[in-house]
Design a protein around this ligand. Structure first.
Ligand SMILES: [Zn+2]
Ligand SMILES: [Zn+2]
Length: 257
């Protein structure tokens, strides 16, 4: 690639906007968490997960894996905010309905790709699950807590973030650049939903029933390596492809192996 072509590609990237997305996502994450934890039911959930996390940290093998995952996660995020986001976002105003539609579309397309990777590369399928050994690290936790969402082999940490970034970048290439608000909301949702799926949650009343159900379903996935529930954002693709696993016994929605 000649220097002039490279220069013209680099000139199309808006690195300042990418920095705003990163800072915006971080602020929404911190502020949102602070506001949510003002609710006693969610604070109780946090305390429960912190108590389990403390027990985990006393295990000799646990902290180094978390530390390694954080390092590779930060490095991958840095690549994403340097190589993907600057070319995929715009500050030009867009109608509110388009922002909402884009948020829904990005999360659902990402969930579809995640479903495929999680099921066929990590668990089983015609490819023989070539990365089962990678995912086995995460599945050491049979009854996970929130902190276990980052208890991953570095390859899985990088792959998870890269998959999201690739979905975001490819859709932006096809549909046009996404608004900065779309980027912030989807980045926060992608990480927050994944963390929440690992929450241990005892509160089971309105309006928290769906939140509890989502984390329960991911706990069903962790309980056995051969279960279903491969998607992360919703259970739609598991329902669609017959891998929806309610954990209530070997029924018609359970897979035979
Ligand atoms: Zn799994
Ligand atoms: Zn998990």
């Amino acid at each position: 690639m000649s220097t002039s072509v490279l220069t013209s590609i680099l000139a199309q990237g808006d690195w300042m906007l990418s920095l705003y997305v990163a800072l915006g996502a971080l602020s929404v994450f911190i502020l949102g968490r602070y506001l949510l934890l003002m609710n006693p039911a969610l604070e109780q959930t946090r305390e429960l997960n912190v108590a389990v996390a403390r027990e985990r940290e006393s295990l000799g093998f646990y902290p180094p894996i978390q530390k390694r995952s954080k390092f590779w996660g930060l490095l991958t995020q840095l690549c994403v905010f340097t190589l993907v986001v600057p070319f995929s976002v715009t500050a030009t105003s867009q109608p509110w309905w388009q922002v909402l539609l884009d948020i829904f579309l990005i999360l659902m397309v990402y969930d579809f790709f995640y479903y495929l990777v999680h099921r066929f590369l990590f668990h089983d399928g015609p490819l023989g699950a070539p990365l089962k050994w990678v995912h086995a690290v995460h599945h050491q936790m049979k009854n996970p807590c929130r902190m276990d969402s980052a208890y991953l082999h570095p390859i899985e940490t990088c792959l998870g973030i890269a998959l999201y970034a690739a979905t975001f970048g490819l859709l932006a290439l096809v549909l046009g650049q996404f608004h900065v608000v779309t980027a912030i909301v989807t980045f926060v949702a992608f990480s927050a939903i994944n963390q929440h799926n690992h929450d241990r949650m005892e509160v089971d009343r309105f309006p928290f029933k769906y939140l509890k159900y989502m984390s329960d379903m991911h706990h069903v996935h962790h309980a056995r390596f051969t279960g279903g529930n491969f998607a992360t954002i919703s259970l739609f693709y598991d329902w669609l492809f017959g891998t929806y696993d309610t954990g209530s016994g070997w029924g018609k929605n359970r897979r035979a192996s």
